[in-house]
Design a protein around this ligand. Structure first.
Ligand code: 1CP
Length: 356
């Protein structure tokens, strides 16, 4: 892909021009005032972009995510097209799992041919390789070298429970019944699995930070399938330890939970600079309830399918309801593949126009 392509702007290099290079995303994460609210979009490097679909004609998703140069190119696609405040490295939540011996494919989401449901399955996993997802680490350092100085670079991982969802269930299915049965029937195996994943993800996020990620997002997309009591008993200790280890390493954290209104107060008590939620929650109300926490979100991705006017209205309403201090604008979940580019532009323009 070349920058001459229609609608694609060249990267704006401003390195060195600003000695105290301020990244609005990092400022907002620390609840410091910014000239305008930062904005980025979950799954911003993906199928709604024509240049991504063009790339996918020649490469599988696994090829793209597995090759640092290609992953770098895809990571930069949305940055070239839109004035976003963050790039998020193009990888998947499954990317670090080969380091402990997990084999998987994509169709289009992750598919694990041999799910983990017994002690023997757990025994097939091994101690982490010295390098966890080296292709992602290399991609981060390559992207870091290309970004304008005001654009933050985000690393990410799946939360232990969300990773376990794919490892135990074998693929993404509604409400994860096999996973819930495993949690009820084999709590000790689940505990071992989550402990292993928590350690691996902490090492992985710290390595991403060392490679150039300014901050990280922990995706707990399937947090909501258990009750609060079971979440506290089975999951919380592992998620908390992951967040603590990353925090002790000095890495700013965004904690995202999806479809889990019953868990939001428990998540707000966890150590993370930013609480990111889906559109089901009132973000302004959350901000008032937890004034020490920055918030991220939370436009319904489906609103963008209704076009630029509906997107502008939803964005303006979000800006009116959520205080600018400590607000990172985003969708409430990943952008949908059929999203019109004009809606993405409308969202970003509405945020940028707020302080003009
Ligand atoms: O081109 C394609 O067909 C592949 C689609 C795709 C993409 C673009 C998958 C398979 N993964 C990704 C990249 C990806 N996944 C990113 C890249 C960076 C960006 O945001 O631009 C990120 C952050 C993820 C994270 C991810 N993968 C999550 C957490 C966030 C969320 O959406 O809830 C989850 C749950 C996954 C699993 C997954 N991988 C792919 C799909 C389609 C899915 C989800 C659906 C499923 O379980 O079937």
């Amino acid at each position: 892909m070349t920058s001459e392509q229609k609608g694609v702007r060249p990267l704006f290099h401003e390195k060195g021009s600003d000695p105290i290079s301020r990244k609005p995303l990092l400022e907002a994460m620390a609840q410091r005032p910014t000239a305008r609210r930062p904005v980025w979009i979950m799954r911003q490097a993906g199928r709604y972009l024509p240049e991504y679909r063009q790339f996918r004609k020649d490469h599988s998703f696994k090829d793209l995510a597995g090759n640092a140069e290609l992953a770098t190119e895809v990571t930069l696609m949305p940055i070239r097209r839109f004035p976003l405040d963050a790039a998020i490295v193009f990888a998947d939540i499954m990317s670090p799992l080969p380091a402990i011996g997990v084999d998987f494919d994509f169709d289009p989401g992750p598919v694990v041919a041999n799910p983990i449901r017994t002690q023997a399955d757990l025994d097939r996993l091994h101690e982490p390789d010295a390098d966890v997802a080296p292709e992602v680490i290399t991609a981060l350092s390559l992207v870091h070298a290309e970004l304008p100085s005001s654009t933050a670079l985000l690393g990410f991982c799946g939360a232990p429970w969300t990773l376990a969802a794919y490892l135990v269930e074998g693929r993404g299915v509604k409400d994860f019944p096999t996973l819930r049965a495993f949690a009820a029937g084999e709590p000790e195996l689940l505990d071992k699995l989550l402990g292993m994943l928590s350690d691996l993800m902490a090492d992985y996020l710290i390595a991403q930070h060392a490679a150039g990620a300014d901050a990280v997002q922990i995706f707990d997309s399937w947090a909501g399938v258990l009750s609060l009591g079971d979440w506290q008993r089975l999951i919380e200790p592992h998620l908390k330890r992951l967040l603590e280890r990353v925090g002790e390493a000095g890495v700013p954290r965004i904690l995202f939970l999806q479809n889990a209104p019953h868990l939001v107060d428990a998540y707000a008590a966890l150590p993370a600079e930013v609480l990111a939620t889906d559109w089901r929650l009132d973000l302004g109300e959350l901000q008032r309830r937890y004034p020490d926490r920055a918030v991220q979100g939370n436009i319904d991705p489906a609103v963008l399918l209704a076009g630029p006017d509906a997107t502008r209205a939803a964005t303006a309403s979000l800006l009116a309801h959520v205080d600018a201090l400590g607000h990172v604008v985003n969708l409430g979940h990943g952008i949908l593949p059929t999203t019109p580019i004009a809606s993405v532009e409308a969202l970003i323009e509405t945020v940028q126009e707020e302080n003009r």
